[in-house]
Design a protein around this ligand. Structure first.
Ligand code: AMP
Ligand code: MG
Length: 349
């Protein structure tokens, strides 16, 4: 299959291109598109065959459900059984935006889209191109991140091409995304609303709107016997090809320890994941910055940085910890998943 790429400025939509992409979705085909979080791989969420194609293109395990994207609030009721008051409140503040909510699904939503579950995940993205595509495509676009399963999510169209060129009908290139990590997922089918995946919208931000909210016990990854409730969170994920270890502690100690570890490998084979502020502190290895701690751009640059290591062909990566960032919940969740939970804690001395 030849993948057609259409470039467009999200502020000046090429409506002819959007119409063509929407037609592909209506015919059961696949279109990758930018959202404010990461690039999504879209198919008609109400068409079981389109969902099956998404799983095939990504190599995604079939028990890992897809998120259905909508553009208008009135479209929600058709795909869910009921929307609790607290979810309506949260939607009124954070939709459109990087927030996914889980409800009991209605009969119209095929099990092929929900990975066999009776619940459905729904999001309303805050991106003009995504919204226009959803409307042109019939209103219900199932879209996981547009990467090969297991790899870091795409934050620009070239990442999508790297993974999916020749496997999907079209890529809409709207430039780099703004946020860079996937949406926060909140499950409203639990008695207490539960965060199944941390994201740009933090637990505190949610608690301010709806009061009580809890973190899924399986999220920390520390207790292997407690499985995360979002099926996708149990897989090694967001991962570069090389094996990665995160080093956490005081800044100077972390730099010293990473230098020591890096020296055990040939310079071209070892990757170091740092920040703009620490980039020049290393003398050995291939150093990549995820972004600036001071300017809060780590969230935006993390996946790009992980993909850079793949391009360099390093065989081992040592990463600074970003547990001090104001989006640390989401950043550390993805970083530790990418590292297969390998972390070394340095004592304070
Ligand atoms: P992605 O589309 O790659 O961002 O992944 C979507 C995430 O949402 C995965 O971690 C899924 O397991 C999770 N998810 C989607 N639908 C549900 C659902 N009905 N219940 C629990 N988790 C879900
Ligand atoms: Mg994904």
């Amino acid at each position: 299959m030849k993948t057609k790429v259409i470039r467009m400025n999200p502020q000046e939509l090429d409506m002819e291109g959007i119409r063509e992409a929407g037609e592909i979705l209506r015919q059961g085909g696949l279109v990758a598109f930018p959202t404010e979080t990461v690039y999504g791989l879209g198919g008609n969420g109400l068409d079981p065959q389109a969902s099956a194609k998404i799983y095939r293109a990504k190599g995604r395990p079939s028990d890992n459900p897809l998120i259905i994207h909508i553009a208008d609030m009135e479209d929600l009721e058709k795909i869910v059984k009921e929307v609790p008051e607290s979810a309506k409140k949260l939607a009124s503040v954070y939709w459109p935006g990087p927030l996914t909510m889980i409800f009991q699904k209605s009969d119209i939503v095929p099990y092929e889209t929900t990975g066999g579950m009776d619940t459905v995940a729904v999001r309303m993205p805050d991106h003009p191109l995504a919204q226009a595509l959803i409307r042109a495509g019939g209103g219900y676009v199932a879209a996981p991140s547009a990467n090969t399963s297991g790899r870091p999510s795409p934050t620009m169209a070239s990442h999508v091409e790297e993974d999916l060129d020749g496997k999907i009908d079209m890529i809409l290139d709207g430039g780099p995304v703004g946020i860079g990590l996937e949406s926060t997922i909140v499950d409203f089918t639990e008695e207490i609303p539960t965060i199944l995946r941390p994201g740009h919208i933090t637990k505190n931000m949610i608690a301010k709107v709806i009061g009580t909210v809890q973190m899924d016990a399986g999220l920390s990854g520390l207790d292997q016997s407690v499985k995360p409730k979002a099926p996708g969170m149990k897989y090694r994920h967001y991962a570069p090809k090389a094996s990665m270890t995160v080093i956490q502690g005081k800044k100077e100690a972390v730099i010293r320890r990473i230098e020591e570890l890096a020296a055990e490998y040939p310079k071209e084979k070892v990757g170091i994941l740092a920040a703009d502020e620490t980039l020049s502190c290393y003398t050995h290895g291939q150093v990549v910055s995820a972004g600036s701690r001071n300017e809060h751009t780590i969230e935006q640059g993390l996946y790009r940085a992980l993909r850079e290591f793949d391009h360099m062909g390093v065989s081992v990566i040592f990463s600074e910890s970003f547990a001090d960032d104001d989006r640390s919940e989401a950043i550390m969740n993805r970083l530790l998943k990418a590292a297969g939970q390998k972390i070394e804690y340095l004592s304070d001395k």
